[in-house]
Design a protein around this ligand. Structure first.
Ligand code: BDR
Ligand code: CA
Length: 349
């Protein structure tokens, strides 16, 4: 791993549907000295796109990031009606957290314009990170077909390969919301050299990223927050944090909701941190072991619509278009989260 304080800065376009785990992804990036957040684009998914924008602006303001552009994007998928999941992420998408209302508006530019403008201005430099449905990126690719070759790297949280889905038996949420967009994006990378292929953080690996109460406690200690931050499974649902430090307090309230949700679905009192993992990989690909594959989307299946299918063995006779994450070190990831977001929380107070 390179030293983040001396590493060259990575310019990022971050496309999100914030979202509890998207929230921690944003905190991770704001806490990372090597990240230059060029803009945040909002897509509808976990909650409607305007709520996503409000959440993004609120997290940025809380952390003193007042100058990062937040652009609204697609408010609906390109073909099917929008589905949202307040059940998973809370009425506003941030669990039990109640962030101060942001004071600044969204950008007057559309998300697709932001993507296209950024890659044209800085060809070969921008790292794209998408932790929501791929709607904005698909629209941008339609308008600017050379976009995939202008990116330095693309990291996507989405899909399920040799792993059960979390929305339908074989379908992961971000893909399920807008499968047509996912197909447009995967197709757009076909024929590009391997170093341009999107890095896919699918459920196969992101469900190994299990945040537990002790991770939040450790992050709070790193921040110097008091009292000790204990999210106990014995607490009544909706118990609120009294942490002295604002980021710890709001993050704990958000993550508690996610843990309660996972418990309700028999996954234990923990939370899968899909999106923060993808953010960490976007900054440091060495955190992930990948394997090349040809990825395509099932759009017609009556039971399997939205399934991501990986041809690992060349059976289709088509070139690879994706690098699928097949392994990582979850403890190293959490070490970084605790150190970085803890430090940010200490600084903000
Ligand atoms: C993905 O779905 C969303 O609910 C999460 O934010 C994550 O991006 C996991 O399937
Ligand atoms: Ca998300």
């Amino acid at each position: 791993m390179t030293d983040p304080t001396t590493a060259p800065r990575t310019p990022l376009i971050v496309d999100v549907d914030t979202g509890i785990d998207d929230s921690l992804a944003l905190l991770y990036l704001m806490a990372s000295p090597e990240a230059e957040i060029v803009a945040i684009t909002c897509t509808a998914g976990n909650v409607p796109a305007r709520q996503v924008a409000t959440n993004n602006l609120a997290w940025l303001e809380l952390c003193g990031y007042d100058d990062v552009e937040v652009a609204l994007g697609a408010e609906v998928p390109i073909v099917q009606p929008l589905m949202t999941t307040e059940e998973t992420h809370g009425p506003q998408g941030i669990g039990h957290a109640e962030l101060p209302a942001p004071t600044r508006p969204v950008s007057d530019r559309h998300a697709t314009e932001v993507w296209i403008d950024a890659v044209r201005r800085r060809p070969g430099e921008i790292v794209g990170l998408v932790t929501g449905p791929l709607t904005n990126l698909a629209l941008a690719v339609k308008l600017c077909p050379e976009l995939p070759s202008l990116l330095k790297r693309l990291v996507i949280m989405g899909g399920a390969f040799n792993h059960a889905g979390n929305t339908l038996p074989t379908t992961e949420w971000n893909i399920a919301v807008d499968p047509e967009s996912a197909k447009i994006v995967f197709d757009a990378f076909s024929g590009l050299p391997a170093e341009r292929h999107p890095v896919i953080c699918a459920l196969d690996v992101t469900e190994r990223i299990e945040m537990k109460p002790e991770h939040i406690a450790a992050l709070a200690r790193e921040a110097g927050s008091t009292p000790e931050e204990i999210i106990s499974p014995e607490d009544p649902e909706g118990t609120r944090s009294t942490a002295s430090h604002a980021i710890v307090r709001h993050l704990s309230d958000a993550v508690r909701f996610y843990m309660e949700f996972h418990r309700a679905y028999d996954q234990g009192f923990l939370a899968h941190m899909h999106d923060p993992f993808a953010a960490a990989v976007a900054l440091d690909p060495s955190l992930a072991t990948t394997r090349g594959a040809t990825v395509d989307l099932e759009l017609a299946g009556t039971l399997t619509r939205g399934q991501t299918v990986a041809d690992w063995r060349g059976m289709w006779g088509r070139p690879h278009n994706a690098a699928i994450v097949v392994d990582t070190d979850p403890e190293e990831f959490f070490r970084r989260v605790i150190e970085r977001v803890g430090r940010l929380a200490r600084t903000v107070g």
